[in-house]
Ligand binder design. Structure first.
Ligand SMILES: [Zn+2]
Length: 438
């Protein structure tokens, strides 16, 4: 039974053609963004200009934002040491401007549009400033997020608490509305709030949800599910299987066939999904209606044989076949779970994996020039501190086993990245991305 709260095209009606959808209006004006971002000495913030041949450089405190002509991808801030070595191509990634990638309707990736064709949101669950600091120390020169040209800071309080849970945090990013903790993309009365993923679907884009945890967990679910109770697992799975999401990958295979959850093979095939339960089968998965579900891992670290960098590459290769572009959410949950458990070894492994995943997506985006990549935490977990001495190659201490109200860092790369500089609420993620999805 399709979910009653799903958008019309989720209920069995044909998905609307992209050209029939109402055009999205600019919601957040650039001047407002400028005021938020840097309040002085900034007259030339990057604009989504349709023309203009000269790059401009706007100084923003210690950060210089370089605007390339006509919205081409800004390269890197002047404050960041120059690194000119050629980027290695990820294994299996398409070469830049590979014509066959998009099929007959495809135009080559645009290097002149101010608007991205594709959007990838990479969420390190529970990653506050010290998590990114630890990842940078662990990865050294290979720290991928540090090579992004734009950084921001995001406030995360939910409608019900100064300290959000993952459900309310992801709902805010997905819908642009603060909701109560435990809610997934519904308002206070339980009415569904449209998500970025559903907007992208309505525009004809392919969509994907990839995580290291149960595929119906809060962060991925908030983009495609509407419920006031994140713990209603059966209903969440029903909505995800009935959704128009093209690719889903995560864990939780052992949960099915008991506690009210259906046998997964039957439930998946009934809704037309190709079910993948072994990493070796990923390679033969189709580009749409592919559901990869592996056994859950302790502390939600990577699945052996299907680490998050591998799953991200798998998703990119398939979603890139859609000539209308795609919207993809990739989450590492080990960064949150290991922080709850104060499990430093698993946290370090998850931080490394997440940043490797950032590298896979960033290489894809740099080769094409048409993909906006956002890397961020959804909230901080564990009151993490990097300390001078202790166990492990980067010594970590925890101040709690729960979420905290810290600001979280954001890193942006690609067309529209310049809009993400500054300090803003997590609901602005929705508004900024929505303004860029055309
Ligand atoms: Zn958590």
């Amino acid at each position: 039974m399709p979910p009653p709260c799903a958008p019309a095209w989720h209920r069995g009606t044909p998905r609307p053609e992209r050209h029939l959808m109402p055009r999205m209006r600019w919601f957040l004006t650039v001047p407002a963004l400028v005021a938020l971002s840097c309040r002085s000495g900034l007259a030339a913030m990057p604009q989504p200009a349709a023309s203009g041949p000269e790059p401009t450089v706007a100084m923003c405190g210690p950060l210089a934002v370089v605007t390339a002509p006509a919205g081409a991808m800004p390269e890197r801030t002047a404050a960041v040491p120059e690194r000119t070595a050629a980027l290695p191509a990820p294994a299996g990634a398409a070469p830049a401007r590979a014509a066959p990638m998009h099929g007959p309707r495809a135009a080559p990736p645009s290097s002149t549009s101010a608007f991205p064709r594709n959007v990838v949101l990479l969420v390190g669950d529970g990653m506050g400033p010290s998590h990114f600091a630890a990842a940078r120390l662990l990865r050294g020169d290979a720290f991928e997020a540090g090579r992004f040209p734009v950084t921001g800071l995001v406030a995360t309080a939910s409608a019900s608490s100064r300290v959000t849970d993952s459900a309310a945090a992801a709902s805010a990013m997905a819908t642009g509305h603060k909701v109560n903790n435990k809610m997934l993309s519904v308002d206070a009365e339980g009415r569904p709030l449209p998500t970025l993923l559903e907007l992208a679907e309505g525009q004809g884009r392919a969509t994907g949800l990839v995580t290291t945890t149960f595929f119906g967990d809060a962060t991925p679910a908030a983009f495609a599910v509407h419920t006031a109770r994140r713990e209603q697992v059966t209903g969440i799975v029903d909505q995800l299987l009935a959704s128009q999401v093209d690719l889903i990958a995560g864990t939780g295979a052992e949960l099915f066939g008991r506690d009210g959850l259906p046998e997964l093979p039957a439930a998946a095939s009934k809704q037309g999904w190709t079910l993948i339960t072994e990493p070796a089968a990923l390679a033969s998965a189709p580009a749409s209606k592919a559901l990869a579900v592996f056994p859950s891992q302790k502390n939600d670290v990577d699945v052996p044989g299907a680490r998050l960098p591998t799953l991200a590459r798998w998703a990119l290769e398939r979603l890139a076949k859609d000539p209308d572009g795609f919207f993809l959410v990739v989450e590492h949950e080990g960064t949150d779970k290991a922080s709850h458990e104060n499990a430093a070894d698993d946290l370090r492994a998850s931080l490394r994996s997440f940043d490797e995943t950032v590298g896979v997506v960033a290489d894809f985006a740099r080769q094409r020039g048409d993909t906006l990549v956002l890397v961020m935490g959804d909230h901080e977990t564990g009151g993490l501190r990097v300390v001078a001495e202790g166990a492990g190659d980067v010594a970590l201490e925890f101040g709690s086993t729960v979420h905290t109200g810290s600001l979280v860092p954001l890193f942006a790369l690609g067309p529209g990245a310049e809009r993400f500089v500054g300090l803003y609420e997590n609901t602005e993620i929705h508004r900024k991305v929505r303004a860029l999805l055309r």
